[in-house]
Design a protein around this ligand. Structure first.
Ligand code: BGC
Length: 543
């Protein structure tokens, strides 16, 4: 028996999140850049898709050396995205539709163009000097790894003006904030207050493991970091109701789980190790890697939850697999070197599965049936492609394809900030929202149905999951229940058609309905027999 927790009423425990890279979502004013009014226009679309909570990637002023994760003012919105009033209107319209909105909170660093850093580097007496981590040499904290391996050779960069080195865990244009300084710690609380007061529902907190440094350690997951994160939680709980703090820590499960504390740190944490295992399971046609990842997932405190996902705005990270598995994943999913970035793969979901609809849906149906709260990435609901010729992670951040027309209905500007995908089979002619919303059986319709099932079924209100042991490694079977509701999930991970038989002692002469096909199935005694087509999933509801 594998259990996370039992009965939880908090909204984020069973919601569907949708990540929006605003710059590429919908341009409302024709300047070629996605913006707040564009997103507001598309809220009905998101409501119809069925998602509960929108996650907005950074929209703060930024020189865009890390696509907005390099912030030059935490308290305002970059005018290219709109005004404060437009932001307030967005929040109101989101709430009116019964949805929620969270934003990225980038705690670890600023842009080097942030006025704090500008002052810090030029004036040793400025209070901002101590907002950053300085050293006369590049010697300290030698045991900290480099994260952006393809571009950075050190976590220290020399600043001519200051005549000192400054510390950075990501690009050298992103100096780390100095959390040993109490002024930085209280500044971040002010930033949190500023945005929560505007009515948002919480934050996806970016890159949390690296807040403090300490010699002789790898400078990740330090006790001081946890202590401060708990202070953030305490601050949020004391001043607000029903908010969510989601932790982005690309770390092994045993370390990630610490970010949930005793239910007094983050409400949620992304489950990084599960994601690559889903891709491994589908390519090898066996359930073992996925089951292993779930079984190795530690229990989590009451009222906390995992955030599960297939793809997001970053590369498909392979930091959580062994070097051999990584090599294998690269060969299988990123055969060309330009598809690789740092320790990952810079491709979208549909191209990763060679645009094979059955595999795309199996990956989603697996994700939606396993424990955790699923996160979708914009465009994956229609199977958008990527552009590996674009630098960094820009190739997975191309304009949303709303219509078949040239430009995809993203903007009236014929030259958007980044080009629309034009290569078959992913060009707007074949992949767009408008067509798929009308077409029975489209990927969009299947995703809409999946989201609706996920939200209707009571078993998803609990994380309780019990795997059924059986001999055929190609098929994953597990049971989920909540009160009197029972469901059985059967996933064929392989490209084989399978005449499948499994013993289910708990389901004696039990009738089931598959929620996708509406077909009825029945156990004969305790034996379930069924035919599974390649990559087929059954969501069997007992009753
Ligand atoms: C974000 C990346 C970003 C990095 C540095 C990550 O965790 O998801 O997009 O480059 O933080 O801010």
């Amino acid at each position: 028996m594998f259990k996370f927790f039992t009965d939880k009423p908090k909204w984020y425990l069973n919601a569907v999140f949708y990540e929006i890279f605003l710059r590429s979502f919908k341009d409302g004013n024709g300047d070629g850049i996605g913006d707040l009014t564009g997103l507001t226009e598309k809220l009905d679309y998101l409501k119809e898709l069925g998602v509960d909570c929108l996650w907005l990637c950074p929209i703060y002023p930024s020189p865009l050396k890390d696509n907005g994760y390099d912030i030059s003012d935490f308290y305002s919105i970059d005018p290219v995205y709109g005004t404060l009033q437009e932001f307030k209107d967005l929040v109101k319209e989101v709430q009116k539709r019964g949805m929620r909105l969270i934003m990225d909170l980038v705690v670890n660093h600023t842009s080097d163009e942030h006025p704090w850093f500008q002052e810090a580097r030029s004036n040793p007496d400025s209070p901002y000097r101590d907002y950053y981590v300085w050293s006369d040499t590049d010697e300290p904290y030698r045991d900290a790894r480099i994260i952006f391996l393809d571009t950075e050779s050190s976590n220290w960069a020399y600043d001519e003006e200051a005549g000192k080195y400054y510390w950075h865990r990501f690009y050298s244009s992103q100096p780390d904030l100095n959390y040993a300084n109490p002024a930085v710690r209280s500044e971040m609380l002010n930033i949190i207050r500023h945005w929560l007061d505007l009515g948002i529902d919480g934050f996806r907190v970016d890159a949390v493991p690296y807040l403090f440094e300490e010699d002789g350690t790898n400078c990740e997951n330090l006790p001081q970091t946890h202590e401060y994160l708990k202070q953030i939680r305490e601050f949020v709980d004391r001043n607000y109701n029903d908010k969510v703090l989601i932790c982005e820590a690309n770390q092994p499960p045993a370390d990630v789980v610490d970010y949930l504390g005793n239910g007094d740190e983050f409400h949620m944490a992304f489950h990084f190790p599960l994601m690559p295992k889903i891709f491994m399971g589908l390519r090898t046609g066996t359930r073992l890697p996925i089951e292993e990842a779930i079984k190795n997932t530690p229990a989590i405190p009451e009222e906390t939850q995992w955030g599960t996902f297939l793809r997001n705005h970053d590369e498909l990270t392979l930091e959580m697999v062994t070097p051999e598995e990584r090599e294998w994943m690269w060969q299988e999913y990123a055969p060309e070197p330009r598809m690789r970035l740092n320790l990952g793969i810079r491709r979208r979901l549909a191209p990763l599965f060679d645009n094979n609809r059955e595999m795309i849906m199996l990956a989603n149906r697996l994700l939606f049936s396993l424990p955790g709260t699923p996160f979708l990435y914009y465009g994956d609901e229609i199977g958008m492609g990527d552009d590996v010729d674009l630098p960094d992670r820009n190739g997975v951040r191309t304009p949303m394809q709303w219509e078949a027309a040239e430009g995809a209905g993203f903007s009236t500007d014929p030259q958007p900030h980044t080009p629309v995908i034009t290569r078959a089979p992913f060009s707007p002619e074949s992949v767009n929202v408008e067509q798929q919303m009308q077409q029975a059986g489209s990927l969009w319709k299947q995703m809409q149905e999946l989201i609706a099932i996920r939200k209707n079924e009571k078993v998803f209100q609990s994380n309780e999951t019990e795997f059924v042991e059986h001999a055929d490694e190609r098929v994953m079977v597990f049971r989920r229940s909540k009160d009197k509701d029972e469901m059985l999930f059967v996933h064929n991970l392989s490209s084989d058609s399978i005449q499948f038989q499994v013993e289910l002692p708990v389901f004696n002469d039990q009738k089931f309905v598959d929620l996708f096909s509406k077909d009825e199935l029945r156990t004969n005694g305790d034996t379930l027999e069924c035919t599974l087509s390649p990559f087929q999933s059954l969501y069997l509801k007992a009753g």
